[in-house]
Design a protein around this ligand. Structure first.
Ligand code: NAP
Length: 282
């Protein structure tokens, strides 16, 4: 236990941060473990990111979480990256080790852990919607899981082409990009569809423009959006009798892994998942 005047501090940096439950989850997790730590949230624009990281170093913070739009931009301001963050090319949390700020990524491992409760991705034909930071984390993780093929579908085609090219070269997999025009038809042979765009975030009526009518009944549909906990896409997939995975599972997992990086121990019981469900009123 620290002195009351020297509590270890961790924070979250993003812009915007409204609707982000990280502070609540961490405060509950610290309390459940009897840790006298503090978690703060800072809405920091990209133009102040470098100064913010310098400030955290100077003030002796224990680490930080980075959300949109900072996951890639923060990399030059850190001392080194873990293999995971290097492979993904994005950082969602940083911890301090031997005085160095180390960038890590817990999104990919958390997605993988959650997915394996529903599907073994070996030999899967995977479609990922999106090519932003989260799509990168998910696609990089899947690309290292002996899948049969990976198709990246993104509004800005060049981003999907770049990511597909990187993964093809780095992981020697069948990765390709597909242009997203109109209602994109998910091919019949698809085993796993991952929605990794921002479409639907805090917008219960929003749905990505995809057509599920050709899909087989064994398709698994995962959405990274955790608010609302059941997106329109997940609802539609459930109506079709498909197996679904909501972003709530991934969110609880990635926050638990970040907690471990910072404190060196696992969170107590299911405190993070239970607090997240309370926050989302599910
Ligand atoms: N469950 C979890 O644990 C977890 C963890 C991390 C993030 N997330 C969620 O994941 C989502 C994505 O985050 P991110 O960091 O990857 O964001 P990002 O880097 O800003 O990427 C956004 C992605 O969404 C696409 N997009 C945005 N608006 C679109 C539209 N109207 N139609 C089609 N595509 C659109 C973008 O396409 P363009 O390239 O064309 O712009 C891009 O591919 C966020 O909502 C976040 O809350 C969940």
């Amino acid at each position: 236990m620290s002195s009351v005047s020297l509590q270890p501090i961790v924070c979250c940096l993003g812009d915007p941060l409204a609707g982000n439950p990280m502070q609540l989850l961490m405060e509950r997790a610290f309390a459940a473990a009897g840790l006298d730590w503090r978690f703060l949230s800072f809405e920091v624009p990209g133009s102040h990111l470098e100064d913010a990281v310098k400030g955290m170093r100077a003030l002796g913070f224990q680490g930080a979480a980075f959300t949109s739009p900072h996951q890639v931009a923060v990399i030059p301001f850190l001392d080194r990256l873990t293999d995971e963050a290097t492979a993904i090319g994005a950082v969602n949390c940083a911890f301090v080790s031997d005085g160095q700020w180390v960038g890590d990524n817990t999104d990919g491992p958390a997605f993988s852990q959650a997915l394996r409760r529903h599907l073994d991705p070996t030999d899967a034909h995977v479609v990922v919607l999106g090519a932003g930071g989260t799509a990168r984390a998910v696609a990089s993780e899947l690309a290292r899981s002996s899948i049969a093929s990976l198709t990246l579908v993104n509004r800005t085609a060049e981003r999907a082409e770049r990511l597909a090219g990187e993964l093809k070269e780095r992981c020697q997999i069948d990765a390709r990009a597909s242009a997203w025009s109109g209602n994109w038809e998910v091919p019949a042979e698809t085993t796993l569809l991952v929605q990794a765009t921002t479409v639907g975030w805090c917008e219960p009526d929003e749905r990505p423009a995809v057509d599920l009518s050709a899909c087989s009944e064994t398709l698994v549909v995962a959405d990274v959006i955790f608010n609302p906990p059941e997106t329109r896409l997940i609802q539609e997939a459930r109506r079709r009798g498909l197996t679904t995975m909501s972003g709530v599972e991934m969110m609880a997992g990635q926050v638990a892994l970040a907690y471990e990086r910072w404190t060196g121990s696992e969170p107590t019981g299911q405190v993070i998942r239970e607090t997240l469900e309370e926050y989302l009123e599910v």
